[in-house]
Design a protein around this ligand. Structure first.
Ligand code: ZN
Length: 462
């Protein structure tokens, strides 16, 4: 009987896949056959059926053929409603249908994620056709795969530290409690600190085959207690007083020669009270963040004076002092300003007087290079004097020099620092000194700035 069913089924399946034209031919044949049968039945309906054994046999065959053809038609119609799909097979058995191979692969990936890589067996894809209602989405298929495999597997909880598998425990609740206990123990080590694990600890459900090892919760506790498994990160507030180092400020001075320096004011360190949040892993400090600072004493900057005065101009037999002005110092070895420019008891002074100990005979030199325009005796008060034109409307004048000491004549070209005469007491003078004038476009101006003197400075410091 079973063989017969198989044969009919095969025939039906075969017919079910036949093209439409063959179906119409079959239908018209059935139509003609039915007409004939009905006609015969009408003719013989009043006679005994048994007396027409041949007809009865034929009629039964007709009915069977019609039944087969009808079933084939139904199955064929049904089959034409199927869509192409991907069957997921485990050990040759279909466990579900996916719309596409991509969906099937996604379902497998989801199943692997859920099961863990353990206990997963190969799932094959097979192209097929099935009713649309049989096709399921990837999540449903993944669940079906998991269900298929789960039967032979043990559910476990995998413990991961920084993404790496530490171990698997059957008792998931116990694993969670063990981790909580390890955290509580860490808190006991640093009771006043903010404590966390330096590593990330996660628990993932998985399914293991019997041969895959798991450990007990007690063993997990032992693992977690080991210092190299989980390190404790803890943060504490630390307070201390720190020294604030003083700054050094440099100021320039013409009181010192270039290259020389001196401390004008000593620096003093300050102090500061600081509160920092220090984060450590174990004993190793990782990060220190300053949270608050209160100055106790501000530092006092050290002031250093740096000399900017140029070195002296060394001539063959004497030395001329450079100044911070445009002219060199016009007297050799005399650095005192005995009378400045301006109003004084003896009238309006149109130059400055330079003198000092043993002034008489000291060398008078040209403040800058130029042409001697006047050199001789002036009865109006200058005595023996020299006037030099430096160009650009600038002139200098040197007065009261010793008799017979003038070293230049009108028309001579002189170099900066060149001797023009000697300090004397000729003309309107009451003691040996050099009267020095500066004229700009013929106007007598205060020579002090041209010699680099500060206002009121009583001479050249050296
Ligand atoms: Zn004078």
């Amino acid at each position: 009987m079973e063989k017969l069913i198989d044969a009919v089924y095969a025939a039906v399946a075969f017919l079910g896949n036949l093209p439409k034209s063959i179906f119409s031919a079959v239908f018209s044949f059935i139509g003609r056959l039915l007409t004939k049968v009905l006609e015969r039945i009408r003719k013989f309906n009043k006679k005994s059926f048994s007396s027409h054994k041949v007809f009865a046999r034929r009629a039964i065959i007709c009915v069977i053929v019609i039944a087969v053809i009808c079933s084939a038609t139904v199955i064929g119609l049904h089959n034409s409603l199927k869509i192409s799909a991907t069957a997921l097979k485990v050990d040759g058995r279909v466990i579900g249908y996916a719309a596409t191979p991509e969906d099937a692969d996604l379902a497998k990936a989801l199943a692997i994620e859920s099961l863990g890589s353990n206990g997963y067996k190969p799932v094959e894809n097979a192209d097929t056709r099935t009713e649309a209602s049989n096709v399921k989405n990837a999540e449903t298929l993944a669940a079906a795969i998991v269900d298929t495999f789960k039967k032979d597997l043990t559910p476990v909880s995998e413990v991961y530290v920084n993404g790496a598998l530490l171990c698997a425990v059957e008792d998931g609740q116990g694993a969670r409690e063990a981790i909580a206990e390890a955290f509580a123990n860490a808190n006991k080590v640093y009771p006043t600190s903010a404590v966390s694990f330096a590593e990330s600890v996660t628990i993932k459900p998985a399914y293991y085959t019997d041969d895959k090892p798991t450990i007990t919760v007690d063993k997990l506790k032992g693992l977690l207690a080991k210092s190299d498994t989980l390190q404790i990160r803890h943060a504490e507030c630390k307070q201390d007083v720190t020294i604030k180092t003083y700054e050094t400020v440099e100021i320039q001075t013409n009181q010192l020669f270039l290259g020389d320096s001196r401390i004008k004011r000593s620096g003093q360190n300050g102090a500061e009270y600081k509160i920092s949040l220090v984060t450590s892993i174990g004993d190793k400090e990782q990060l220190s963040e300053q949270r608050m600072s209160v100055p106790i004493k501000e530092p006092v900057p050290q002031i250093i004076e740096k000399g900017i005065r140029a070195e002296s101009l060394v001539m063959e037999t004497y030395t001329v002092m450079q100044t911070l002005g445009v002219f060199v110092w016009p007297a050799v070895d005399l650095y005192e300003v005995t009378s400045p420019f301006g109003i004084r008891s003896l009238g309006n002074h149109k130059g400055i007087d330079i003198s000092g100990k043993n002034a008489s005979g000291c060398l008078v030199v040209a403040g800058a290079s130029g042409v001697v325009t006047e050199a001789g005796y002036n009865s109006g008060g200058y005595g023996n004097y020299v006037k030099i034109n430096h160009g650009n409307g600038i002139e200098t004048l040197y007065a009261h020099m010793l008799d017979n000491s003038l070293a230049v004549s009108a028309g001579d070209i002189v170099q900066k620092g060149q001797v023009v005469g000697q300090v004397g007491n000729t003309g309107y003078s009451f003691g040996a000194h050099l009267h020095f004038e500066v004229r700009i476009n013929g106007v007598k101006v205060d020579p002090a700035p041209y010699l680099g003197l500060e206002p009121g400075q009583k001479g050249m410091v050296r």
